[in-house]
Design a protein around this ligand. Sequence first.
Ligand SMILES: NC(=O)c1ccc[n+]([C@@H]2O[C@H](COP(=O)([O-])OP(=O)(O)OC[C@H]3O[C@@H](n4cnc5c(N)ncnc54)[C@H](O)[C@@H]3O)[C@@H](O)[C@H]2O)c1
Length: 313
Amino acid sequence: MSRVSPADVEQVTCIGAGVIGGGWVSYFLARGYRVVAWDPAPNAEERLRHLVNAAWPALTELGLAEGASIDNLTVAPTLAEACAGADFVQESAPEDLDLKRTLLADISAVTPEGVVISSSTSGYGMSEMATKADHADRLVVGHPFNPPYLIPLVEVVGGEDTSTDVVEWTSEFFTLAGKSVIKMSREVPGFVANRLQEALWREALHMVENGEATVEEIDLSITDGPGLRWALQGPMLTFHLAGGQGGMAHMLDHFGPSLLSPWTRLDAPELTPELRDAVVEGCEREADGRSIDDLVAERDRGVIAILRATGRA
Ligand SMILES: NC(=O)c1ccc[n+]([C@@H]2O[C@H](COP(=O)([O-])OP(=O)(O)OC[C@H]3O[C@@H](n4cnc5c(N)ncnc54)[C@H](O)[C@@H]3O)[C@@H](O)[C@H]2O)c1
């Protein structure tokens, strides 16, 4: 079996090189790994290099690992060549269950025995994705947050057939690579953070659909409101302080009854063409001429400042 210890990983293979795959490639390069990528799109290499070049200033600012270089990136011509020398594989192909099932089986067929294969999926469980793969014991979810090169969190969770060793190995590897890991003991739809984000996202769509708030007001309500606190203390500790000296106990006794008020809808609204257009147009208004590249650079500068201000970088 060719699984090295997490500290001895040298080559990381990234399958799928879009927003998330490109972010992973950038991160692993900055941490000093040799990275091999594969993506079937005809212009994949050009797109990937654009993503890495855009991420590199932020990664340089945060400090590169010894030997880290963009030159340590190779784009392989085939899936088999990409996986042949891998010590770890991170899959970031589109969120489509049939595609993931086939791709994970294909990756497993060409990756050296025992090497861990992790999926960036935003919500599928490994049990439902691993149905076609041999050696499903080494398949695991490693769910990142955009951009994976700056947001520390990765949620690690196995499926029914994933061995406990693999969940342990993956958590240790990500930790050694500098990530903040939630190692989940069981499969939960949406994992932890996406389940929380999804609740907010559904309410936001309802508010746009019903004209209760504009896209800009929804964003402002978080960036100038709870979002500022959440980078420091999560929703639980935030409410612990909302209870004053009585802490969470007072908070629950005081505001508990309002939990029964029908504030939230939680079922997703139907994504009609009108709702889609309203959200897209709102974002364009809010971007106010700033390109995606401009917004990425602005976000990266801000996240670095927050990481530094909170002692995390
Ligand atoms: N965008 C996010 O915020 C986010 C956050 C966390 C996790 N994820 C997850 O990451 C994964 C990738 O999402 P994304 O946002 O990067 O999507 P994306 O559309 O930006 O990138 C997907 C890439 O996969 C490539 N691809 C298409 N078919 C493929 C195949 N058969 N094999 C390998 N690559 C293939 C595409 O060419 C594209 O480059 C999804 O599972 C998604 O749920 C996304």
